[in-house]
Design a binder for this molecule. Structure first.
Ligand SMILES: Cc1ncc(COP(=O)(O)O)c(C=O)c1O
Length: 350
């Protein structure tokens, strides 16, 4: 229960029973899809964004087997944004659920999730959000945003290898059990945690909140643990903005580099997850060359395969991605930029 209470504080849920622990985000979303199955009649619709990680597509796509229609919310190829008018065109009275990411693990921009939730609710559907690429960077506020389900991986948010799903209590109570038949529907959240959560890992969630509360206190935050946690994320945003802006302005000025995503960071709306391609260079070969400079960056599709294919970026071993958090430094960004210059030459604009 202490672990659930910690995540309750982290996401600002109404009660600890709204927190479901699982092995990973992928596993939790599969459990959610299984547990919703009896809510769907053949012909009902689920809409998923094309830009989501496969974790928030595959479990819903597999519902096709039960007659559920799965529709894809496209991305605008120019702005690289999900547009509500495109979602509107897809939604019908048969739409039961919209599944979308909060931050793309490729594009890095923060989606207006409260606006999406309002839009979806006004049309009578529920919203399921993948918060994995958002959670390490900004404060989660499930009640403020009024989302129905919000899933993220604690191991990508300063914690251990475990994941958490928030669900509104009444919605969790309606879900089909995924555990012993003797567990009634009212056994929330236990009926959604087959085999029980790993207790040690669930308990370790306290460490994430302790860390953030400590950071918030050092950054001048006062008041409740939640207040300090929010102060921590304000400080995190300031440091991340500095890192993001420095790297984006370097990449944007380099003639051989093409950033995949927006190159501006307006009102902290861009996290330092920055993908790019280098003209005429294989992304895998480039990432391996970076090893010589002691810099760890990755390449590929990051399991956001449908977006990478849609953008036709799957050739040349996909995209290169730099993933930073608040404990990265400006000096590290400068080392990275120097390494890119050493590998690609100094082909800058102007
Ligand atoms: C945006 C996003 N969603 C989902 C996942 C899957 O998370 P997990 O490894 O906990 O299944 C990842 C992992 O990289 C991710 O980046």
């Amino acid at each position: 229960m202490d672990g659930r209470r910690a995540i309750q504080t982290l996401v600002n849920a109404a009660r600890p029973e709204e927190i479901v622990f699982g092995h990973s985000t992928t596993a939790l979303l599969q459990i959610l899809a299984n547990a919703m199955r009896s809510q769907f009649a053949p012909g009902d619709e689920v809409i998923v964004s094309i830009a989501d990680h496969e974790s928030n597509i595959g479990p819903w796509d597999r519902l096709k087997e039960f007659g559920v229609e799965v529709k894809f919310w496209p991305i605008d190829k120019t702005s690289l944004e999900l547009r509500l008018e495109d979602l509107d065109a897809l939604m019908s009275e048969r739409t039961k659920l919209v599944c979308v990411h909060h931050v793309s693990n490729i594009l890095g921009q923060v989606n207006p999730i409260a606006e999406y939730a309002k839009f979806v609710h006004e049309r009578g559907a529920k919203i399921c959000v993948d918060g994995v690429a958002y959670a390490p960077h900004r404060a989660i506020d499930v009640r403020g945003w009024d989302v129905d389900y919000y899933v993220f991986s604690l191991y990508k948010c300063y914690g251990t290898h475990v994941a958490a799903m928030y669900g509104k209590y009444d919605l969790l109570a309606e879900l089909d059990g995924q555990y012993h038949y003797s567990y009634g529907k009212e056994k929330v959240p236990g009926k959604l945690e087959p085999g029980n959560p790993n207790y040690e890992l669930a308990f370790s969630a306290l460490g994430i909140v302790d860390y953030l509360v400590g950071l918030g206190g050092h950054s001048g935050g006062i008041g409740s643990r939640r207040d300090k946690l929010e102060a921590a994320f304000s400080a995190i945003s300031r440091q991340e903005d500095a890192l993001t802006d420095r790297l984006l302005s370097f990449l944007d000025a380099h003639n051989d580099v093409r950033v995949i995503g927006t190159t501006t960071n307006v009102k902290s709306n861009r996290v330092p997850t920055i993908s790019f391609k280098i003209e005429g260079k294989d992304s895998g070969a480039f990432a391996r060359e970076m090893d010589d400079y002691g810099i760890a960056i990755r390449f590929g599709d990051f399991h956001t395969r449908r977006l990478i294919e849609e953008l036709r970026e799957d050739g040349g071993n996909g995209v290169i991605r730099v993933s930073m958090v608040h404990y990265n430094t400006m000096e590290q960004v400068d080392r990275l930029c120097a390494a890119i210059t050493a590998i690609c030459g100094k082909n800058v604009v102007g």
